[in-house]
Write a protein that binds this ligand. Structure first.
Ligand SMILES: *[C@@H]1O[C@H](CO)[C@@H](O)[C@H](O)[C@H]1NC(C)=O
Ligand SMILES: *[C@@H]1O[C@H](CO)[C@@H](O)[C@H](O)[C@H]1NC(C)=O
Ligand SMILES: *[C@@H]1O[C@H](CO)[C@@H](O)[C@H](O)[C@H]1NC(C)=O
Ligand SMILES: *[C@@H]1O[C@H](CO)[C@@H](O)[C@H](O)[C@H]1NC(C)=O
Ligand SMILES: *[C@@H]1O[C@H](CO)[C@@H](O)[C@H](O)[C@H]1NC(C)=O
Ligand SMILES: *[C@@H]1O[C@H](CO)[C@@H](O)[C@H](O)[C@H]1NC(C)=O
Ligand SMILES: *[C@@H]1O[C@H](CO)[C@@H](O)[C@H](O)[C@H]1NC(C)=O
Length: 499
């Protein structure tokens, strides 16, 4: 045991003290190399190893200069190849040297990377980080190459300092070169750095799913008004190594747009089963005409895949619902729900149990309630669940809230998973005038607790005479398999509609 511990210590020591870092640079480009960082260091000095000559700080016109941890070649020249030493000085007057080996490769037409590459290989699931870019302040990647050919296509997601290959395969193995621009005191330099990528892909257990918005949606807007668009995606179970949800406007990331009108906010949360969600909200402070021509794309990315949904904006058709006829308004609303549901998916929707009293215009403002309706829906993680969530998070709020001015309470939107859920649900239900229950097959087959919880709570509420609206989203056929409490509600509804 002792020997083993010793061995580890020794090899760690050796790897720190004996290896020298190696840098490959192309002739005529910028090169910035970095001395290892020690928190207790007071300063760092640089030398040409062979001659022990100090490399001074930057002066007017100097090509090679140092400052603390960094050594600059602006630009490189073939004769710069060689060894450089950085010496770290500690406060107790001790020092520690490191050797850095630089190889400048001659520029050749058509060659974009040196034959010998000393940056570590990336073996993995698709993320390829641009090597050394962290040494360059304010560098921007302009292009990625694979085996010297420009990389393009939807399979590649470009991050700030990496690219990500969707579902990497054997054919993706190769030399990946990032080319970036480095600006120093107004002088612009090219830098390129290459590393080898070897795919090690396995099948993804959970591809990212954008819950909303739906691809190809057209969102109604008014010129001059502000707009917030929320995109939510499920990216896996538990915290993800790579988890990005972000908006692009005409394929340009919002963060890179030079416009103060656009602003993005990000947020993440975990669901009940530790599903990992991220949201990106795009705020547009003022809709302009040109936005009606733009594509707004939400990109969701995890270690295995990337997926996107593109929406466009269109002018709101002038439509004024007269306040007087709220009942008529409710009818319009019901038809609207039915129509949009039919339009949105090939789901069979029968709205069998809807009530003449659904949104009757009684004076509600002082009944102590906050919400017009609490929405109960199944929360199983199946493919159909996407549609239900989309319906609940997007279609219903769009129609009921945005168009009709009702206020809904939706679990996952108004109650975040993770809050003390049971009591949060109970409180909100009590503050809601009605319950809307979405009936689907999932609801029958889904054994998930959350739903039972809803129902149990509902039982408690039955005495309170809360109005219930059942939306049958697909033909359920027999109700025998439904939870008993639900059957009871349905039965009660049937009876009351017959009377
Ligand atoms: C650095 O290189 C010099 C000359 O090649 C050598 O003498 C020295 O031992 C090296 N130092 C380290 C820490 O590797
Ligand atoms: C740089 O140092 C390495 C060993 O660290 C040595 O093999 C190599 O020859 C040196 N290069 C030059 C140009 O001195
Ligand atoms: C470090 O060196 C300076 C001058 O060489 C000396 O004055 C100082 O006492 C030394 N400090 C320590 C901690 O040895
Ligand atoms: C990186 O990949 C190349 C090509 O497959 C291989 O020759 C080299 O040994 C690898 N390097 C490391 C450190 O694995
Ligand atoms: C960062 O780089 C951009 C161009 O890539 C340049 O316009 C800008 O001035 C740079 N900012 C700083 C702080 O150097
Ligand atoms: C950087 O590279 C691009 C194309 O690879 C080239 O057109 C441009 O002139 C280069 N810029 C500099 C400053 O070398
Ligand atoms: C928006 O997307 C559509 C369909 O993909 C495409 O035809 C159109 O050119 C795009 N518009 C812009 C401005 O990129």
């Amino acid at each position: 045991m002792m020997g083993y511990v010793h061995l580890i210590f020794l090899s760690t020591f050796l790897s720190v003290s004996m290896t020298s870092e190696m840098f490959d640079a192309m002739e005529g480009e910028a090169l910035v190399i970095k001395c290892p960082r020690w928190s207790s260091a007071v300063k760092v000095t640089w030398y040409h190893t062979a001659t022990n000559r100090t490399i001074p700080a930057e002066e007017e016109g100097s090509r090679i200069f140092s400052f603390n941890q960094f050594l600059w070649f602006l630009p490189t020249s073939r004769e710069d190849s060689g060894n450089y030493t950085c010496v770290i000085h500690f406060s107790n007057n001790r020092t520690k040297p490191f050797n850095m080996s630089v190889q400048v490769h001659p520029y050749k037409q058509g060659v974009c990377f040196p034959s010998q590459i000393r940056y570590p290989n990336d073996t993995g699931r698709g993320k390829i980080v641009c090597p050394t870019i962290d040494n360059y302040k304010n560098a921007t990647i302009v292009q990625w190459y694979k085996d010297c050919k420009i990389l393009q296509g939807q399979r590649y997601f470009k991050g700030e300092k990496y690219i990500f290959i969707n579902n990497p395969r054997k054919e993706d193995d190769g030399y990946y070169t990032c080319q970036f621009i480095y600006t120093h005191k107004g002088n612009v330099f090219n830098v390129s750095a290459t590393r080898i990528f070897i795919s090690k892909a396995k099948h993804s257990p959970l591809p990212p799913q954008i819950l909303f918005p739906k691809d190809k949606d057209a969102i109604e807007v008014e010129l001059g008004a502000a707009l917030s668009m929320k995109c939510r995606a499920r990216l896996g179970i538990k915290k993800q190594a790579i988890a990005v949800v972000t908006w692009d406007v005409d394929n340009i990331p919002v963060k890179e747009l030079n416009s103060s009108r656009f602003h993005e906010k990000n947020y993440f949360f975990e669901g009940r089963e530790q599903e990992y969600y991220r949201e990106a909200t795009l705020h547009i402070s003022e809709i302009k005409k040109e936005d009606l021509q733009a594509n707004f794309t939400c990109v969701a990315l995890n270690e295995m895949h990337n997926t996107r949904a593109t929406v466009t904006l269109k002018l709101k058709a002038p439509l004024g619902l007269p306040n007087v006829l709220l009942v008529a308004g409710s009818l319009v609303l019901l038809v609207a729900i039915a129509v949009s549901v039919i339009l949105y998916q090939s789901f069979r929707i029968d709205i069998i149990l809807l009530y003449r009293e659904m949104f009757q215009p009684y004076s509600v403002k002082d009944d102590g309630k906050i919400y017009d309706a609490y929405v109960i829906y199944p929360k199983c993680h199946t493919n159909e669940a996407n549609f239900v969530e989309y319906f609940v998070y997007q279609v219903m709020p769009d129609i009921l809230e945005n168009k009709c001015g009702y206020k809904l309470c939706i679990y996952g939107r108004d109650i975040y998973p993770g809050e003390d859920t049971a009591s949060a649900i109970e409180k909100r239900m009590q503050k809601s005038r009605r319950l809307i229950i979405l009936l689907t097959h999932q609801l029958i087959n889904c054994k998930e607790l959350a739903y039972d919880q809803h129902i149990a709570l509902y039982n408690a509420l039955i005495q309170n005479d809360t109005k219930v609206i059942l939306l049958e989203m697909e033909t359920i056929g027999t109700y025998e398999k439904l939870q008993e409490s639900l059957r009871f509600i349905i039965k009660r509804q049937d009876e009351s509609s017959e009377t």
